[in-house]
Design a protein around this ligand. Structure first.
Ligand code: SF4
Ligand code: SF4
Length: 323
């Protein structure tokens, strides 16, 4: 029986919304074993033009939105990806694209590095380990070498070198094989190792490394359940709860939007169908927020046991460690 003490991290209050994170759907050219979205080439779910127009209206209308963060799946695959990038950049928003890098080698996507550089979007790229075997185990054979080639292309376009072209990498720990769990490594130390290795072996430059823990939702959750490690993993995360991470949680000031236009506190809640609600308990959609002309109707963040992933050790978020 679980001994998880859920009370440690509730309640959490929402702050003024500054980040719009849009999950454009579940289509992806890869099928990584840790994917919390359970994305892949056979998935078809994606953002509709109608919801895209609503999101563009939000981007144009609300000056409080500083950053538009595009994720998926592989967000670049979606037809509405470029209209969103261009609308956000036109009104001066920072745009983040969460890229798997290998998408550049798929037909019709070869121009992406050029496109991203032209629009000065920040790329946060999955690169779970600088050791080839570890990356390919998580993400599929050949992913490492294609990622290296993609990073070299991005460097040639100015990414990682030009201060307006930010290229960050993401480390994910390998999936646990037993209950000998470990916390993610120190981000700054690991960044030094990544930088040294990639420069020495491939002449690659990048800006920051973000260490992101495996949150137990999606394929990670299924994997853990299949290995009978799900509850032990939650217990491990809970036992490493760090209250100092809480003020910095990414859900504090962001809205997460799915391809239907539903609103959540974060992408993990989105995958668990934990909808954000207003004070009357009504589920929110981007259409409703537009009708209310108010992005700040959520008072309390919805928490669940997977939140212990964000609060363990130095904490974890879409931009790495929290402290
Ligand atoms: S982790 Fe990223 S690259 Fe891998 S399947 Fe999921 S969305 Fe695609
Ligand atoms: S999973 Fe993390 S980001 Fe999402 S609501 Fe929980 S603490 Fe916040």
């Amino acid at each position: 029986m679980t001994i998880i003490n859920f009370s440690k991290i509730i309640p959490l209050s929402k702050q003024k919304i500054k980040i719009l994170q849009i999950n454009l759907g579940k289509r992806c050219n890869l099928t990584c074993i840790h994917c919390h979205v359970e994305a892949g080439p056979k998935r078809t779910e994606e953002l509709s033009p109608e919801v895209c127009q609503q999101l563009i209206e939000v981007i144009n209308r609300f000056h409080q939105i500083e950053t538009v963060d595009l994720t998926g799946g592989a967000p670049e695959i979606n037809h509405e990806f470029r209209p969103l990038v261009e609308a956000a950049r036109k009104v001066g928003k920072r745009v983040i694209i969460r890229s798997n890098l290998t998408i550049y080698f798929e037909p019709n996507f070869k121009d992406l590095p050029e496109y991203c550089a032209k629009h000065q979007v920040r790329i946060i790229a999955s690169f779970p380990c600088y050791v080839e075997k570890n990356t390919d185990t998580q993400r599929g054979n050949g992913v490492y070498i294609n990622s290296i080639k993609a990073l070299q292309i991005l460097n040639k376009k100015g990414y990682g070198n030009n201060p307006n072209l930010i290229l960050d990498l993401v480390y994910n720990p390998p999936m646990p094989k037993n209950d000998n769990f470990i916390l993610i490594p120190d981000q700054n130390q690991l960044e030094k190792k990544y930088k040294f290795f990639l420069k020495k072996n491939f002449n690659i430059n990048f800006n920051r490394l973000f260490t992101i823990i495996n949150i137990p939702v999606g394929r990670t959750k299924k994997y853990l359940q299949n290995q009978y490690l799900y509850i032990p993993y939650l217990e491990f995360l809970e036992s490493n709860y760090n209250e100092f991470t809480v003020p910095h949680l990414m859900c504090k000031n962001q809205l997460s939007i799915d391809y239907h236009g539903n609103v959540y506190d974060c992408d993990f809640n989105q995958m668990e169908n934990i909808y954000a609600t207003n004070q009357d308990g009504e589920n929110l959609t981007i259409k409703k927020l537009l009708a209310l002309n108010n992005l700040d109707t959520i008072k309390t963040i919805k928490t669940a046991t997977h939140c212990y992933g964000c609060t363990a050790g130095n904490g974890s978020s879409c931009e790495g460690s929290l402290i």
